[in-house]
Design a protein around this ligand. Structure first.
Ligand code: LLP
Length: 427
C-alpha cells in the first residue's frame, strides 16, 4: 500500500496496490468492498494522495506563493473541502464553481476567476463574495467589470491574462497559449489595456496572469512564457503600473502511461529562478497535477464478447462517465481488481453507449470474467467533471478513501432526478 508517495513521479499511476486475498486496494480499503457497498461505476479518490499532491506544490513553492486549485479538474465538494482545509486558494471559471468553493468552506479571498465569457451575474456574485482577482481576457470584459463594480460601489481587483504565444507542445484541444487560441490578451495589446484598466474608476490593477496549456511535460515553454510576462511587468512598472502578483496558471502534466513529467519541484525550479529577488507574489492554478493520480473509476464487467477480430469487455462505465478516451484519445491504465484465474486476453474496454466512440481503453491484456471489476486509473482529473447523462445514464457515485474509511461524497444519481425538471405535453 503506497499512501506515502503518490506524487506524479510514482512508477504506477494512482496509489493502488494489490493485497493478497483483497485484490486492488486504495489506502487501506479494498476496491471490491467499495463496489459492494456503493455499486459501480464509482469514482474513488484517495485523501492521502490529494494531500500529498497539495503538499508537494506547497513545499516546492516554499511560501513564495499561492496554490489556487483549478476547480474544473474535479469540483466535488469533498475534494474542494480537503483542499480548503489545507489552505488552498481556488481558480474558478464560473459562478457555479464559486458557489461550490464557498459551499465547501473555501476562502473567497483566495479565489481567482478565469475564463473568457464571464456574465454580469457572475461578476456581481464574485464581487459580492470578495474574490481575490478577476483574470480578464478582453477589453470588452474590462469595461463590463468596471460597470458592474461601479453599480455595486466596489473596486474590482484585476489581472490581465496575456497570451504569450508560446507552443506548450501538448494536445491541440488543451493548448491555450498560442496566438491562434481564443484565450488571453495579445501581448502587443497588453500595455495599452493595462493603461486603460488603471484609468477606470472601479478597477484595481493587481496582477498579471498567463496559462499556456495542460498536461505539460516540459517546463521550458512555461519558463519562456514567464520570462515574457516579466518583461511586460517591468515595462508596466516603468509606466507607473506596479503589479502585486503574477499568476502562471496551471498545466503541469501527470503520468498516465509512460510519460515522465517533471516533479512539482523540477517544474517550478526554472520559474522560481526567473523570479528570484522579485517582490511580486506568485500564484499557480494547478488542476490535473493535484487530483489526476489521486482518483480512479471503478467499473464492473457486464459481458465479455469475443468477436471475430476483437474481444470486448463491456463494462458498466461509459464515455458519459469518462469522456477523455473518446474526446482526446487519452490513455487510462486499466487494471483487473481481483485478478481471475483465467488466461489474459487482449480486450477493447467499452461501455454500453450506442456509439463506436464509446471506448475506455484499447488493446489491453487482462484476465477477466463476467462480473469482475476493472479500475481505470489516473481518472481523478477531468473525469467526473466532464461526465454527462448521455443515454439517460445516471452519473456515477463518488467516494473518498481516508485510511480505513470510505466517505460517500456524491450519491449516484437516480433516473427520476435526471428528468425531474422536464415536462410532458399532454394536449
Ligand atoms: N488555469 C486555466 C486558466 C485553465 O484553463 C486550466 C485548464 C487550468 C488552470 C488547469 O490546468 P491543469 O493544471 O489541470 O492542466 N479536459 C482536458 C483538460 C482541459 C484543461 C483546461 N484548462 C483534459 O481532460 O485533459
Amino acid at each position: 500500500m503506497s499512501t506515502s508517495s503518490p506524487a506524479a513521479t510514482t512508477p504506477f499511476p494512482t496509489p493502488t496496490l494489490y493485497a493478497a486475498e483483497r485484490g486492488l486496494t486504495l489506502e487501506n480499503v479494498a476496491l471490491a468492498d467499495i463496489a459492494t457497498d456503493f455499486g459501480t461505476p464509482t469514482y474513488v479518490y484517495s485523501r492521502a494522495a490529494l494531500t500529498a499532491a497539495f503538499e508537494s506544490w506547497r513545499n516546492a513553492l516554499g511560501g513564495r506563493g499561492l496554490v489556487c486549485y483549478a476547480v474544473k479538474a474535479n469540483s466535488n465538494l469533498g475534494i474542494l473541502s480537503v483542499f480548503a482545509r489545507l489552505g488552498a486558494g481556488f481558480d474558478i471559471v464560473s459562478g457555479g464553481e464559486l458557489a461550490r468553493v464557498l459551499a465547501a468552506g473555501g476562502d473567497a479571498g483566495k479565489v481567482v476567476f478565469s475564463g473568457v465569457g464571464k456574465s454580469r451575474d457572475e461578476m456581481r456574485q464574485a464581487l459580492e463574495a470578495g474574490i481575490r482577482c478577476f483574470n480578464i481576457e478582453s477589453a470588452a470584459e474590462l469595461d463590463r467589470l468596471d460597470a458592474v463594480a461601479g453599480e455595486l460601489g466596489r473596486k474590482a481587483p484585476i489581472a490581465l491574462r496575456v497570451n504569450p504565444d508560446v507552443d506548450p507542445k501538448t494536445h491541440p484541444y488543451i493548448s491555450t497559449g498560442l496566438k491562434s487560441n481564443k484565450f488571453g490578451v495579445a501581448f502587443g495589446e497588453a500595455l495599452a489595456l493595462y493603461r486603460r484598466a488603471a484609468s477606470l474608476p472601479n478597477l484595481k490593477v493587481s496582477g498579471i496572469a498567463c496559462h499556456i496549456g495542460s498536461q505539460l511535460l516540459d517546463p521550458a515553454p512555461v519558463a519562456e512564457a514567464a520570462a515574457k510576462v516579466l518583461e511586460l511587468v517591468d515595462q508596466l512598472a516603468a509606466d507607473g503600473i506596479t503589479l502585486e502578483h503574477i499568476d502562471l496558471g496551471g498545466g503541469l502534466g501527470i503520468r498516465y502511461r509512460d510519460e515522465t513529467p517533471p516533479s512539482v519541484a523540477e517544474y517550478l525550479a526554472p520559474l522560481l529562478k526567473v523570479f528570484e529577488g522579485r517582490n511580486e507574489e506568485l500564484c499557480f492554478e494547478p488542476g490535473r497535477s493535484l487530483v489526476g493520480n489521486a482518483g480512479l473509476l471503478l467499473t464492473r464487467v457486464e459481458y465479455l464478447k469475443h468477436g471475430e477480430e476483437k474481444n470486448f469487455a463491456i463494462v458498466d462505465a461509459a464515455m458519459n462517465d469518462l469522456a477523455r478516451p473518446a474526446l482526446y484519445d487519452a490513455y487510462h491504465e486499466a487494471v483487473a481488481v481481483t485478478p481471475a484465474g483465467v488466461a489474459a486476453q487482449c480486450y477493447e474496454i467499452v461501455g454500453p453507449i450506442c456509439e463506436s466512440g464509446d471506448f475506455l481503453a484499447h488493446d489491453r491484456q487482462l484476465a477477466l470474467r463476467e462480473g469482475d471489476l476493472v479500475a481505470l486509473l489516473s481518472a481523478g482529473a477531468y473525469g467526473m467533471t466532464m461526465s454527462s447523462n448521455y443515454n439517460t445514464r445516471p452519473r456515477a457515485a463518488e467516494v473518498i478513501v481516508d485510511g480505513d474509511r470510505v466517505l460517500l461524497v456524491r450519491e449516484r444519481e437516480t433516473v427520476a432526478a435526471l428528468y425531474a425538471g422536464e415536462r410532458r405535453i399532454d394536449d
